[in-house]
Design a protein around this ligand. Sequence first.
Ligand code: PMP
Length: 353
Amino acid sequence: MTFLNARFKALVPYTPGEQPQISGLIKLNTNESPFPPAPGVEKAVAAASTRLNLYPDPTEGKLKAKLAEELDVQENELFLGNGSDEILAFLFQGFTPQGILFPDLTYGFYPVFSGLYHVPRRIIPLRWDFSIALEDYDAGRETVLIANPNAPTGLVVKLPEIRRFLTAHPDRLLIIDEAYIDFGAQSAVPLIKEFSNLLVVGTFSKSRQLAGARLGYAAGSSSLIADLNRLKFSFNPYNINGMTQAAALAALADRRYFENCRNTVIETRATFTKALKRLGFEVLPSAANFVFAVYPGRSGKLLAEALRTKKIIVRRFDLPRIENYLRITIGTPEQMQLVINALTDILMRKEPA
Ligand code: PMP
């Protein structure tokens, strides 16, 4: 006996990266920032907590004004979500009249949303070198969704290619998931002024130290944003809680902290990549806050397990072409040195990995 509607019986939910609730682990499996929120965040959240008896501002007025300034867009060109995951859910639900196209190796939630909302999908394989070529998406009438930089590869699609696609297909929506944009790729947000068929999605989870607060945003033409609001206000008008609004405002107020953290991650990524290559790993050129690496001739599963015995958690995917790759989040310089030490140990000792 089940009370679940029949149409959900075949639904396969997303498996989030493990969130172990114990300390002492080096947690490099879900691409969070290794740095705490900006110093002003704690006080702002404490102040907001004294107003928890009231509902939050459903229009997120103050936060939107500040973020609009940051992204150089108008407030009515911005939408906020409870994590960018919620925005992606709205997009699958409401902006896929002809179905959707996305790559075979990309963010694992896309196929789940397509299952949840019964959106027909066509999966476009990445090229041999794991790159996304937007011309592979030219045929068809579907909405197109790409992560840029892509996850788990860290590879980038350049703006001229995006611009070409938008110009060639004015009647198709292109969604760009920019979760990792701040770590080295060029944002498509400025293009929303020119193209009403572009929606750019971003998050405060990776480069702004607020994964736990759950805040994502979308930038697009005011008419796309009005349609997103139609869905939100038909579902949960208070999707961004008051403490999150206050936390994000305080984070945005401290540009220098954001830049310092971001720059440290970028520098650490370069040092870590060099060290991995010295050990014999092949590493894709990443523009994100993680690297995707493989050790030729070694099982990724065993390597990940060996790291885990040394209290280091990384992400691995049981998928064709990438089963031996490790996706390793860039932590602090000290954490990444510990990863290199551990890998050196594992590889030298000829442990089973
Ligand atoms: N898009 C991509 C490509 C991601 O990797 C993630 C993080 N798992 C998200 C979106 C969702 O991030 P959040 O919901 O924390 O904003």
